[in-house]
Ligand binder design. Structure first.
Ligand code: AMP
Length: 307
């Protein structure tokens, strides 16, 4: 019975993928064995291959990465994969939005030069769904790494597997996940991979809220409250011009202390390069403020360059 159900699920997935491919002409691959020779062939023809890894539920933030990649490459591989090993919370993984048909349509509108890779967990991990252990020069111990144990081991594992399969010349990551971007840059440098990492600016809603797949899950009152996060970051930036990092941090904590809907998890002002929290400001360094906030059970992150 279970086998029969699995077979039906597989056939349904195959049918949906084929139908979507037909409708929107996005070349879609579910298996690395099928994708790799296609990319080998393109490489042998001298085509430049860009790569945009995503977890799907695409929005204009993702599309801004795809647009940049299309400008700089002949072919762009976009992956959609909700990576189980980077979630430290089972419920968060279960509730992560999955909108494959809509995603395929959005990518279809971007033209012919996109290849979509939607692997299964087995295709990337086989039967061993575990992370490797990575050290990223200590970058992994700050902020997201502290509050989401194992998160960056999962990210490092999945991104390095994708890099092995896709072998892109350039790969595109958003500054929305600035710590992740720094970590991937460090991984590529430490492993001496011949891949250029391109950081892309944060795409925001009109009211300032950083676009995120998780925003879809916000109830209306939480969605209305959420722009407060970026508003506070902008005010913190202004204060950082004249006040110490300590004072600005205290001020931000006060802003959230009395907030009815938004719960601050962390606010950190850190050196952009090392991601170490700033103790004393130096004119020669670049700083960035990082924030994580719970809106109900939905965790939102954002950041802003301070100088
Ligand atoms: P995700 O699907 O959330 O894993 O994101 C895939 C890629 O898109 C990551 O490199 C993110 O940093 C990037 N990204 C997500 N949201 C935004 C945004 N609002 N602006 C720019 N890049 C983004």
């Amino acid at each position: 019975m279970q086998n029969y159900k699995n077979l039906c699920r597989l056939l349904a997935k195959y049918y949906v993928c084929t139908l979507l491919m037909f409708c929107y002409r996005v070349k879609t691959y579910n298996q690395r064995q099928q994708l790799a020779p296609v990319l080998d062939n393109l490489r042998s023809l001298g085509k430049r291959i860009g790569f945009v890894p995503t977890m799907g539920a695409l929005h204009m933030g993702h599309i801004s990465l795809v647009d940049k990649a299309l400008k700089q490459n002949d072919v762009v591989v976009v992956s959609i994969f909700v990576n189980p090993t980077q979630f430290n919370n089972e419920e968060d993984l279960k509730k992560y939005p999955r909108t494959l048909d809509r995603d395929v349509k959005m990518l279809g509108e971007k033209g012919e030069n996109i290849i979509l890779y939607v692997p299964s967990v087995e295709d990337l991990y086989g039967n061993n769904v575990v992370s490797g252990h990575f050290a990223f020069d200590g970058l992994e111990r700050q902020m997201e790494g502290r509050f989401r144990p194992g998160h960056f081991d999962g990210v490092g594992t999945v991104v390095s597997r994708f890099f092995e399969i896709v072998k892109p010349g350039k790969a595109y990551f958003g500054k929305k996940d600035f710590q992740q971007l720094r970590i991937i840059e460090t991984m590529v440098k430490n492993l001496k991979l011949p891949i250029k990492i391109i950081g892309c600016e944060i795409h925001r809603e009109k009211d300032g809220l950083a676009m995120s797949s998780r925003n879809e899950r916000l109830k209306p009152n939480y969605r209305d409250a959420a722009p407060f996060i970026f508003k506070t970051l902008k005010a913190a930036k202004k204060r950082f011009g004249t006040e110490s990092a300590y004072k600005v941090t205290e001020w931000v904590r006060d802003q959230f202390a009395g907030h009815e809907l938004l719960k601050l998890e962390y606010f950190v002002i850190a050196d952009e390069e090392t991601l170490q929290p700033v103790a004393r400001k130096s004119r020669s360094k670049s700083y960035r403020a990082f924030i994580a906030v719970f809106a109900d059970d939905i965790r939102l992150i954002d950041n802003i360059a301070l100088n």
